[in-house]
Design a protein around this ligand. Structure first.
Ligand SMILES: Nc1ncnc2c1ncn2[C@@H]1O[C@H](COP(=O)(O)OP(=O)(O)OP(=O)(O)O)[C@@H](O)[C@H]1O
Ligand SMILES: [Mg+2]
Length: 459
């Protein structure tokens, strides 16, 4: 039935345990040009939500087992953008406030009436159109860049994505680890199921089990209701374990056990829950080093690291900067409804030479700042000077040795430091260096002999 739905019609999900309410509401929506999906309880609602990705949800508060507030929490985790209208017959201010805090779009008191519903439908329809525009943008633009380093990653994604293999992504901050994980999911057979991201570093240790595995009502003091964990939410889909290098050893042990068995109990529960998840893990740490320091379990490393993805830092894929700038300038100009900016040649060179410790995220933030603060359409070096942070690790510049006894000695010391510096800049390539500093190649070779510098060894 699912694919018979007319894609141009908006879709609403109605979750209510009262059949008469479900049917009446569905009739009203049908009259207004909406398709509907119906669910008689919270669990069914979550399931339909995952499968059908509705544009709007009507959710009853009072339902047995998983109530409306708990269901709302889950729906918001699955997709926080979908508007959810919470409905209640015996409304109290308290429930309304709680629902709004969790992100309810609107709170409706029963009995429902057309005057209450119609404006909501109109609003939700507008949101739907706006979202479909932005999601098209996001989809079309996911991995920008044509550098050899990135092309290799793209080839790897195409090869590995459909195969269900587990993946470990490493790379510095802001290199696009999450982008890669989402691309893998989007190109996998699981693409219509959930992609659940968990920031392992952000969960307090005492909550990690309940976050990942869920808990039964009453399992601990604050467990006022049962809750599904991330593993359950990601069932049949992809679980993205982010910042995996920042978990405590205790948590690592727990995760390892689940990953090995793909079976677990909720906290306070007795029933074993079996799941089928593809795990993609990411970290900006060097896990081999962490293992040596005793901070990361070797067995967990081998369990996760079936296929390694290593994202090169932006400074090693300077060829991507031009494409990325065009792309981000285009994105921001659309958002701000302003003409698209571009870089002058020397401004571009300046960006290419910068180290980008924060990688693509840093570049993106800087370009956004430029779009907001600089009215000119062409961005020149002068504009960048105030914006580019001072390199935190500048290349050591050759300095004068004032301690040298003679002028000749001072000159020799400086010359040696200068040549070393330039060689490093040119990847220890003698021909390139000679060209760069304006001396004959043979001349530079002679100097290298005198100074006992061996570029082959250094390179
Ligand atoms: N190839 C790319 N094309 C376009 N945008 C990208 C690309 N790579 C990364 N980005 C953007 O750069 C930002 C950082 O990417 P992402 O969050 O995936 O990095 P990360 O490696 O997970 O960083 P962190 O280690 O800080 O969590 C995001 O806004 C993302 O959309
Ligand atoms: Mg990340």
């Amino acid at each position: 039935m699912e694919n018979q739905l007319d894609k141009s019609r908006p879709l609403a999900l109605i979750v209510d345990d009262e059949e008469s309410i479900r049917n009446t509401l569905a009739d009203v929506l049908d009259d207004e040009g909406w398709d509907t999906k119906l669910a008689a309880n919270g669990y069914e609602g979550v399931d339909r939500f995952k499968k059908a990705s509705p544009d709007l949800v009507f959710l009853d508060v009072w339902m047995p087992n998983l109530d409306g507030i708990q269901t709302l929490q889950i729906l918001k985790e699955l997709n926080h953008q979908t508007p959810v209208v919470v409905m209640s017959g015996h409304g109290t201010i308290d429930t309304a406030v709680r629902a709004t805090r969790i992100g309810a779009f609107e709170y409706l008191e029963k009995p429902l009436s057309l005057e209450k519903i119609l404006p909501l439908l109109e609003h939700a329809n507008k949101l739907r159109k706006a979202h479909s525009r932005t999601s098209q943008l996001v989809e079309a633009t996911e991995m920008i860049g044509r550098s050899e380093g990135l092309m290799q990653i793209k080839r790897q994604i195409n090869m590995v994505a459909p195969r269900n293999a587990w993946i470990l992504i490493t790379g510095e901050n802001g290199t696009g680890k999450e982008v890669v994980a989402r691309n893998v999911h989007a190109r996998s057979t699981r693409c219509n199921e959930a992609f659940i991201a968990v920031n392992c570093a952000a969960i307090p240790e005492e909550l990690i089990e309940s976050e990942l595995f869920g808990h039964q009502k009453g399992a601990f003091t604050n467990a006022i209701a049962s809750k599904q964990g991330k593993f359950e939410l990601a069932n049949n889909g992809t679980l993205f374990l982010d910042e995996i290098g920042d978990m405590s050893l205790k948590t690592q042990a727990k995760i390892l056990r689940i990953l090995q068995e793909q079976k677990f109990e909720r906290v306070g529960g007795v029933e074993a829950i079996e799941v089928d998840v593809r795990v993609i893990a990411a970290t900006n740490k060097n896990l081999k080093e962490e293992i040596e320091k005793g901070q990361f379990r070797e067995d967990l490393y081998y369990r996760l690291n079936v296929i390694p993805f290593e994202l090169p830092p932006l400074r090693d894929r300077g060829d991507d900067i031009s494409d990325l700038c065009d792309y981000f300038f285009q994105q921001f100009s659309l958002e701000l409804a302003e003409p698209q900016k571009r870089l002058s040649d020397d401004a571009y060179l300046m960006l290419k030479q910068y180290r980008w410790p924060g990688n693509i995220r840093e570049l993106k933030n800087m370009l956004e700042r430029i779009c907001i603060m600089i009215p000119d359409e062409v961005i020149r070096v002068e504009h960048l000077k105030g914006l580019l942070p001072v390199d935190d690790e500048p290349r050591p510049t050759p300095t004068l040795n004032a301690q040298a006894a003679t002028l000749k000695q001072a000159k020799t010391d400086f010359e040696r430091a200068f040549i070393l510096d330039k060689l490093e800049e040119n990847q220890w390539n003698v021909t390139k260096t000679a060209e760069a500093i304006g001396v004959e190649r043979s001349n530079l070779h002679r100097k290298l002999k005198v100074f006992k510098i061996d570029p082959k060894q250094r390179g």
